[in-house]
Ligand binder design. Structure first.
Ligand SMILES: [Zn+2]
Length: 342
């Protein structure tokens, strides 16, 4: 970020409002803090924050007077409107106490604009800040679901979309944190969709919410291996088992992501692509994709992968998980039947 940000600043082109959006674990808050640090640093090094000056030290400790984070009170998904109006708006118009700018970071901005009555006071207050910005205040909105923010708000912000770090990076972090075997970590990284807090949550969550990872992993592997030759009763039993192991949509959409990745890997392996572009290069997943590549055509594997990905997208809209899985598995089974014999 350093050079391009400094360039923007030197040309006076820093926007007065930013929207950083991305899934949990994509580093929205960290980026906001780094950006503020880089602007407020007193002795830049190659265009980046030095990390050692008084400003950088205060920012690192979370006590910089010109960097304020607003977050919903713990456990709440919407901001009390009064806190928003009295606190955020008043503080937005303060002058910087030591640096050139003040930074106001509003976490979970979408919670703030949730309608609470006839008038959406949260959205109104944000809009007013965006329409009449304080001269030296930079407003940074963080959102996991930016589509819930009104267009009038989004269009007034410079929107930066962040992506999660990806399963490989997540696997590195997880193996340092958990001491699990590398292939188990890779499975968990894919199951969480590359989201470190979610992956750690699967390991450490309350017992009733925690998926049985060993059982889930083995159910997914058997499913990918045997689906094409399962009888209908076996197919329905597999759907019920997967639904039971995964307990809820977050894990289930992750499980569908793993299944899609297995089919995709197999298709690519069949096409002879190098290992670096594969999701799974270790453990039973790698052995399975090798077998699938040897027994199914790339056309079939590609269709299976895209059908599962579509299901992963649609999943959250369906309240009936078991029925959803049964329909999906029947569709996949039909694809096997219609595929040309290898
Ligand atoms: Zn510094």
């Amino acid at each position: 970020m350093g050079q391009s940000l400094l360039f923007a600043l030197s040309r006076g082109r820093m926007a007065h409002a930013y929207l950083f959006s991305g899934p949990q674990g994509s580093g929205k808050g960290r980026l906001a803090l780094e950006m503020a640090k880089a602007v407020l640093c007193r002795s830049h090094v190659d265009g980046d924050a030095c990390g050692t000056c008084s400003s950088c030290r205060l920012a690192g400790q979370g006590t910089h007077p010109d960097i304020e984070f607003f977050r919903p009170e713990d456990g709440r998904t919407s901001y009390p409107v009064r806190q928003l109006r009295e606190d955020i708006r008043r503080r937005a118009y303060l002058v910087p106490s030591c640096g050139p700018k003040r930074f106001l970071v509003i976490e979970q901005a979408e919670a703030l604009v949730k309608p609470t009555g006839a008038r959406n006071e949260g959205a109104d207050t944000l809009l007013k800040l965006l329409e009449e910005p304080a001269r030296d205040t930079v407003l940074i909105l963080l959102a996991t679901r930016p589509e819930r923010l009104p267009d009038t708000v989004v269009s007034r912000c410079q929107h930066v979309r962040l992506r999660p770090p990806g399963p490989d990076r997540v696997a590195q972090v997880l193996s340092a944190e958990t001491g699990l075997a590398r292939d188990e970590v890779l499975f968990l990284a894919h199951l969480s969709g590359g989201d470190v807090p979610a992956a750690l949550g699967f390991l450490r969550g309350k017992k009733k919410d925690r998926p049985d990872l060993t059982a889930l992993r083995s159910a997914l592997l058997s499913l990918a291996r045997d689906l094409g030759r399962m009888t209908y009763p076996e197919l329905f039993a597999a759907a019920a088992a997967l639904e039971g192991y995964s307990r809820g949509w977050p894990v289930l959409t992750g499980a569908l992501g793993v299944l899609a990745a297995l089919y995709r890997d197999a298709a690519l392996k069949g096409a002879g692509v190098p290992d670096e572009v594969l999701h799974f290069t270790l453990g039973p997943e790698a052995a399975l994709t090798r077998d699938l590549a040897a027994t199914c055509g790339p056309g079939l594997l590609g269709s299976l992968a895209s059908r599962v990905l579509r299901a992963q997208d649609e999943a959250r809209r369906y309240p009936a998980r078991l029925l959803f899985l049964e329909v999906l598995f029947l569709d996949l089974r039909e694809m096997y039947e219609n595929a040309p014999v290898q």
